[in-house]
Design a protein around this ligand. Structure first.
Ligand SMILES: [Zn+2]
Length: 108
């Protein structure tokens, strides 16, 4: 256990309490949820209003373009030309031989 890490100590204490009183962890968790849920209800409503749709794919996003589309755009911008990439598995036959039309440029 890392010195000073209270979370691990709490976890260990909860584990000991569960051992002597089965179900106490569930009671603690469900009681926590019951008390916190009403407090978060208004927060969720506010945040739901900030979520729109990605202008490219329509997925929920807080930005005009979602994180996935931005990542895909960055990946496409830095993509390596296909003639220098190794062949993909789908371009090989069962024995690992390149299928016709998928030979590396220097073997054509
Ligand atoms: Zn998107």
């Amino acid at each position: 256990m890392a010195a000073g890490n209270r979370h691990l100590r709490y976890k260990e204490t909860l584990g000991q309490m569960e051992e002597s009183s089965p179900g106490i962890k569930a009671d603690f968790y469900l009681g926590f949820i019951e008390r916190v849920l009403p407090l978060l209800d208004g927060v969720a409503e506010t945040e739901r209003g900030l979520v729109g749709e990605c202008s490219r794919c329509g997925s929920p996003s807080t930005a005009e373009v979602c994180a996935f589309c931005r990542l895909a755009e960055r990946a496409a911008a830095t993509a390596v030309p296909s003639d220098v990439l190794p062949l993909a598995v789908g371009q090989l036959d069962g024995a690992g031989i390149p299928l016709e039309g998928h030979r590396p440029a220097d073997e054509r």
